[in-house]
Design a protein around this ligand. Structure first.
Ligand code: PBG
Length: 326
């Protein structure tokens, strides 16, 4: 089939033809909205490097959760900002810590909304690494697993619908699944940050959660950006260990990974459009150099087209509004 018999432009000639042959569409059904939770009351502090994103006290987070639910978005994911940090990240697995309190409050007021809890140590450790340190300053895998298990149990107990380990320790999914099942949390979903890269795109998040490593970087536990086959091994392992949903993170620079994972496993695949991806679009728009709505929607469409059925994005509420408007 070639020109002039075939003319690709025939099916592009007006909006109705384009709509009929459209292969991908964005929907609020796919979205997860991240919230940063802090201690205090009536607090709503904008993150300087993430315009439109706020650190919220629990009462404000409950209000936000209600609005997210009214937008038709099915889920939120929570990140905690503790009162104080220590070497072993105590507040991360304290049943009276910021996240269990927030989960209880949100599930009480907006029970239908799915609450995912990010499971990691870096927000709670004073050194900012995602686990326990050895004397030589390395993150120790196996002792960290015990804390991640504790943290997951505490969040499940508080009522989280899903726990989402983002630490990249080996064996965490199996350890968490086993502990959840033994404690009667058979229905708690595990969303694994399976292919999480050691990325410069997390910069603004670390401002929001005060979780930048105090020394060094995360390259000894998060994935190396040049690698792709390794992502498939990570995903295979997490599925084997009991992950219900696997995630690729960041999204935009790793669309090829999303596509490979989706094709190789045909399981629910999530992608995280991370803080840096968001902030770059916001900054470009603030300069007047790009159209925020169109660029954000095109980025999200690319993530969806690559194969992500679930997208975690700071644009979730904006997208819900944009979809309503159109
Ligand atoms: C915790 C965690 C991070 C993000 C999600 N969970 C930061 C990191 O690994 O340093 C990043 C999210 C974002 O950039 O929006 N480990």
């Amino acid at each position: 089939m070639s020109f002039p018999t075939h003319r690709a432009r025939r099916l592009r000639q007006n909006a109705n033809w384009r709509r009929m042959v459209s292969e991908t569409s964005l929907s609020v059904d796919d979205l997860v909205y991240p919230l940063f939770i802090m201690h205090g009351e009536h607090l709503r502090t904008e993150v300087p490097s993430m315009p439109g994103v706020f650190q919220l006290s629990i009462d404000e987070a409950v209000r936000e959760a209600r609005a997210v639910h009214e937008d038709g978005i099915p889920a939120i994911i929570l990140f905690g900002i503790p009162e104080s940090k220590d070497a072993v990240g105590s507040e991360g697995y304290d049943p009276e810590g910021i996240i269990p309190k927030a989960i209880r409050a949100i599930k009480m007021e907006v029970p239908e909304l799915l609450v995912w809890a990010d499971v990691c140590m870096c927000e709670y450790t004073d050194h900012g690494h995602c686990g326990l340190l050895t004397d030589s300053g390395e993150v120790d895998n196996d002792s960290t697993l015990e804390l991640l298990v504790q943290e997951s149990l505490v969040y499940a107990e508080a009522g989280a619908d899903a726990v989402a380990p983002s630490d990249m320790m080996d064996g965490r999914i199996g350890a968490i699944r086993e502990a959840l099942d033994e404690s009667g949390f058979k229905k708690t979903v595990i969303v694994s940050y399976a292919a999480k890269y050691s990325s410069a795109f997390y910069g603004p998040f670390r401002d929001a959660a005060y979780s930048a490593p105090a020394f060094g970087d995360r390259r000894a536990y998060q994935m190396d950006p040049p690698n792709s086959d390794e992502a498939l091994r990570e995903v295979a392992e997490d599925l084997e260990e009991g992950a219900d949903i696997v995630m690729v993170k960041p999204a935009g620079p790793y669309l090829d990974i999303i596509r490979r994972v989706r094709e190789a496993f045909e399981v629910p695949t999530a992608a995280y459009q991370v803080s840096g991806e968001y902030s770059l679009i916001k900054a470009g728009a603030a300069k007047g150099w790009i159209d925020e709505k169109r660029v954000a929607m095109e980025s999200l469409l690319g993530i969806k087209r690559a194969g992500a059925g679930i997208i975690i994005t700071y644009f979730a509420r904006d997208l819900a509004r944009w979809l309503r408007e159109s």
